[in-house]
Design a protein around this ligand. Sequence first.
Ligand code: HSE
Length: 298
Amino acid sequence: NEIKIFSPATVANVSCGFDVLGFCLDSVGDEMVIRKTDKKGIYLTKIENFDLPYEAKLNVAGVSALAMYETLDLDFGFEIEIYKNIKPGSGIGSSAASAVGSVFGMNELLGKPFNKTQLTEFAIKGEALASKCEHADNLAPALFGGFTLVKSVSPLKILEIPSPDDLYATIIHPQIEIKTSESRAVLPKEVALSDAIEQWANLGSLVHALHTNDYNLISDSLKDVIVEPHRSQLIPHFNDVKQAVLGAGALGAGISGSGPSIFSLSKGQETANNVKEAMQSIYLNSGIKFDIHVSKIN
Ligand code: HSE
């Protein structure tokens, strides 16, 4: 009647895949407890570490839970406890972890009536409460693990993308908050055809490189000519961090989701740890507080 789950953080966009590509960070995430209760409905009963709304329809985890619950005719309800480790507004899928966790846990308690794509559909409703638009590039990797590509939102189609065995991510989260809705507002409504061509060439080649374990091609494809030039201005020392990680042997780096976190990919744990040193040296000198993680991509 009760399940305790780990709901992982995720990196969306991955430079050239704005709103479609993402990967899962196995080492960082929220914990949640989902419990059946005699009373019908969805109830947030505990939220630790951050001040988030308890009313289900105002809470990301509550909204996705309600989206699922309303499709069912149950004579019982669910209680949700959230032990939030992913800071809201950090750029590593905080709202997605909440949105996914509630529906994943409920589905387990119900005997798995829904598949992962259907769970993503419910979670999109919760994510939309936070980011004011329906996208699934954090939700899909949180549910499926590894790399995913959201081929379309309506109808929802998610592709699981393989990745090389020795691929590691290093993520730094400078402690400034950037709301997804705000960092979407700085983006242009139209892009130049020449930029679009470069971007889809890089996205295609990144996906190919992930399939073929081609680390050099991963490195050559991790570029974003459309979004990063606008959003990087919101992130202090972004260009310095990028230079430093490339110097430390990373394959590439970019903004994680809508920022301010910065992700970097590396071949091997040792390089990922060197990249960690390089990233933190920039922020240590600047006085900005930060969290930093290394995670293997599975
Ligand atoms: N693709 C989204 C964005 C992810 O970059 O705005 C953040 O939720």
